[in-house]
Design a binder for this molecule. Structure first.
Ligand code: 3PG
Length: 213
């Protein structure tokens, strides 16, 4: 896989949905990721919101064939460094600053920083990027806002995340400037706590079956 900035586009094209995963106990990381991969979702974002997130990324990277694991909620250069060391192949941040972008672009992992305004999109384009996360997608303006951004910047593609579920995903996926969507609905807390991997696999299969034009 390419680790150049443009490599992120190829990852986002692999499936219509990237599961955004909060892992509270790293012992569930491998069976959870395996269920998602079995359901057809191979690109997985593990958020750095829990103390075991890096351990979870490492376990998935080493033990789940077919999974492409990345780190989410990457906020600073330490997050970048530790995520890549754990095996993250891509990095997702909820915003973008010059310091964070410098670090992400130097990391060797595929970068997916966020942009929620035209100026932020231009800032990412100035760094040679042609993809970004759009966060928080629903509160920030949803599909109407993304349609507005596509007018002046049709080539820049987004992964909208935040407030999107199975029912809401199709209207985002129908937009030409949306590569895929991200969401946490595929890994509900109760199913993870119960170790109900069959349910997770079924939710993944449902999400993987969403169509993109
Ligand atoms: C996040 O960063 O939490 C993601 O955007 C997931 O949002 P969701 O829980 O609304 O899907």
């Amino acid at each position: 896989m390419s680790s150049s900035p443009s490599g992120i586009g190829e990852l986002l094209d692999r499936a219509p949905v990237i599961p955004v995963i909060v892992i509270k106990d790293s012992s569930v990381a491998v069976p959870l990721a395996a269920a998602l991969v079995a359901g057809g979702l191979t690109v997985l974002e593990v958020t750095l919101r829990t103390s075991c997130a890096l351990d979870a990324i490492e376990r998935i990277a080493q033990e789940v064939p077919g999974a492409i694991v990345g780190a989410g909620t990457v906020l600073n250069p330490d997050d970048v460094r530790l995520s890549v060391k754990a095996g993250a192949q891509f990095l997702v941040s909820p915003g973008s600053t010059p310091r964070l972008l410098d670090s992400m672009l130097d990391s060797g992992a595929a970068p997916l920083p966020a942009a929620a305004t035209a100026s932020e999109v231009i800032g990412l384009m100035e760094r040679g990027l042609d993809h970004g996360k759009f966060f928080p997608a629903k509160p920030a303006g949803g599909t109407a806002y993304l349609k507005g951004l596509s007018g002046p910047m049709p080539e820049f593609r987004f992964c909208p995340t935040g407030g999107i579920d199975l029912a809401g995903a199709p209207e985002f996926l129908a937009l030409p400037n949306v590569a895929c969507v991200g969401g946490s609905w595929i890994t509900p807390d109760d199913a993870v706590a119960a170790g109900d991997w069959a349910r997770i696999e079924s939710l993944a299969r449902e999400a993987a079956g969403l169509s993109r034009p």
